[in-house]
Design a protein around this ligand. Structure first.
Ligand code: FES
Length: 576
């Protein structure tokens, strides 16, 4: 019996030989598209986050042209379209507030249009998870292409890294160690080419997640944005997506549980951003893959940080690329039984096929597994009365001597309270205290801002104190560092015990035992609970209201509750 072939989605638009087909084709032809592009070949949507408001993605028009060239070479029909783009530097109150909104834009744009497969152009932090979340809910063949990191920052003969040196230089300025002129000069030296932050911050981490999940091409994580090989990668992705459509390899066939497990271990090996925890859980939940905080804790054990990159180390993404990039890291994981070797990747080969011969050209940048840059550094998930739903700490960015610590709480009720009091010389605080910041979680901020790495009080900085235990329901920039406990669940604004902590309370941290406890009696907690008032939404209408009413806690990826899962790539009925 002859096997029935299912036509591509796009045929429901471009393949019609009636008035509607006329409409779909004729308007598309207005920019010079020949008739043969409508012959049933795969239509590839190039989902572009180009925006002048998102400096990290400002070269994406060029990148899209390279994807298009690849699609055409492989016999596909490329159609580029814009989606909401999110930049870390300009968006207020935080780009994270809009990650879920952008994912809805991607999901609906893909489903509503004649698209058979998609290439996602991602770069700045939130553009990667938002596009992957949206695409996962549609489940078409998909490849993500990252825009690549900027060249290394160069300042007075030394390398400086995005974010990381902003934190240290702003603390130096506050402590009077550098002048305002030097500070301004550094601004011009730090970001001197196209691309995203060139430390192993959230953008580089997410680009590494793209590669280790197998949803990006080998080399995706590290080639600089301005390196010709980045454009080659985009072109090859254009060629491959056409084949993925022909082979019906949808995103859910790539993003399986073993693929996520590979990514979690890769995140530990690169000393990746804590933000990856939230984003990977959110993407997995769209696909129906059961990924939890426990997976992060379990899989990260026994993995060492191999790369010596800022913010944990010395080098930058450009050095990482020249040293061999992520394939050299994944190869070592594979050699130590820390990689699912046989998972399929978008170039049609298995993960192990892609990395088994990957060379390492610089063992200072990519250290050997037996002599790693830092030992046992996977994310640690803490539990206790302060965070029954979990909280995380990134040991590779923390001070070893503070991993077991008991201290007196110095509490800031919100970020405004923190800014108001932190510089006060009379603030009652010493280096043994634990800084506690409330109301910066998904609902509390709103959007869960990257303020968890609170700057230390100037009076302690001047004494040479460089780290203290800090606790909050916020996130932390991937470029930041310190003994910082984040993503407390439940957050203060959702009624977590964090909301009830007071100045002077004793808090006990024991990372080895995965414990975080508030040492206050049950009777006292009950008394404080009675006095606690539930916060109101920050705005009564619009997206902010929708977000406030529906956002989930950090352990569930801070997605909107009604966005979990996927609706698939069904063809909506037409409007004629
Ligand atoms: Fe865009 Fe850092 S600001 S990646």
């Amino acid at each position: 019996m002859k096997k029935k072939t299912i036509p591509l989605r796009s045929v429901h638009w471009f393949g019609r030989q009636d008035i509607y087909g006329f409409i779909y084709r004729s308007w598309t032809k207005n920019r010079g598209v020949p008739q043969d592009q409508f012959d049933g070949r795969p239509v590839i949507g190039i989902c572009n986050t180009y925006s002048e408001l998102v400096p990290c993605n400002s070269h994406f028009r060029t990148l899209a042209e390279h994807v298009k060239a690849g699609v055409l070479e492989a016999g596909g029909f490329p159609l580029e379209f814009p989606v909401m783009s999110l930049g870390e530097t300009l968006l207020r109150p935080t780009a994270m507030l809009y990650r879920n909104l952008a994912s809805m834009d991607v999901e609906e744009s893909l489903r509503a249009n004649p698209i058979d497969g998609t290439v996602l152009l991602v770069g700045c932090d939130k553009t990667t998870p938002s596009l992957l979340m949206g695409a996962s809910s549609v489940d078409l063949p998909t490849i993500a292409v990252s825009g690549g990191p900027m060249l290394s920052g160069k300042y007075r003969g030394t390398d400086i890294g995005s974010g990381t040196n902003v934190w240290s230089m702003s603390e130096d300025l506050r402590a009077g160690k550098i002048s305002l002129e030097e500070f301004h000069e550094a601004e011009s030296c730090m970001h001197r080419s196209h691309g995203h932050c060139m430390t192993m911050g959230t953008a580089s981490t997410m680009a590494s997640m793209v590669e280790s999940l197998g949803i990006g091409m080998p080399g995706n994580a590290a080639w600089p944005a301005v390196d010709a090989r980045r454009n080659v990668l985009a072109r090859m992705a254009g060629r491959r997506i056409v084949q993925l459509v022909k082979d019906k390899v949808s995103i859910s066939k790539i993003l399986t549980k073993p693929a996520f497990e590979n990514a979690i271990r890769a995140c530990a090996a690169i000393g990746g951003s804590t933000n990856a925890v939230i984003h990977l859980i959110a993407i997995a939940r769209r696909l129906g893959v059961d990924l939890t905080l426990e997976d992060w804790d379990r899989l990260g054990r026994g993995v060492h940080t191999l790369v010596n990159l800022m913010p944990n180390g010395k080098y930058l993404m450009e050095d990482f690329a020249y040293a061999g990039g992520l394939p050299a890291v994944l190869r070592q994981l594979g050699e130590h039984k820390l990689l699912h070797r046989d998972v399929l990747t978008v170039n049609g080969l298995t993960m192990w096929d892609n990395v088994k011969d990957a060379p390492c050209h610089n063992t200072e940048v990519i250290t050997p597994f037996r002599k790693p840059f830092k030992k046992n550094t996977g994310m640690a998930v803490l539990r206790g009365n302060l965070c029954p739903g979990g909280a995380i700490i990134k040991p590779s960015a923390a001070t070893p001597g503070l991993m077991k610590h008991q201290g007196r709480a110095v509490v800031f009720e919100n970020i405004e309270d923190f800014h108001k009091r932190i510089d006060d010389p009379k603030l009652d605080i010493d280096e043994k205290c634990i800084m506690v910041l409330k109301n910066c979680g998904p609902k509390g901020y709103p959007g869960m801002a990257e303020v968890g790495n609170m700057p230390l009080p100037p009076k302690l900085l001047k004494r040479g104190i460089t780290d203290m235990v800090r606790i909050s329901d916020a996130r932390m920039s991937g470029t930041a560092y310190g003994t910082v406990i984040l993503h407390m669940v439940p957050e203060a604004a959702a009624g977590g015990l964090l909301a009830l902590v007071k100045n002077g309370d004793l808090i006990e941290l024991d990372v080895a035992k995965r414990k975080l406890e508030l040492k206050v009696s049950a009777a006292e907690i009950a008394k404080r609970r009675k006095a606690w008032k539930k916060p109101r939404p920050p705005l009564e209408r619009g997206y902010w209201r929708l977000y406030f009413d529906h956002v989930l806690q950090a352990d569930q990826g801070a997605d909107l509750d009604f966005l979990a899962g996927k609706s698939g790539s069904f063809v909506p009925r037409d409007n004629h």
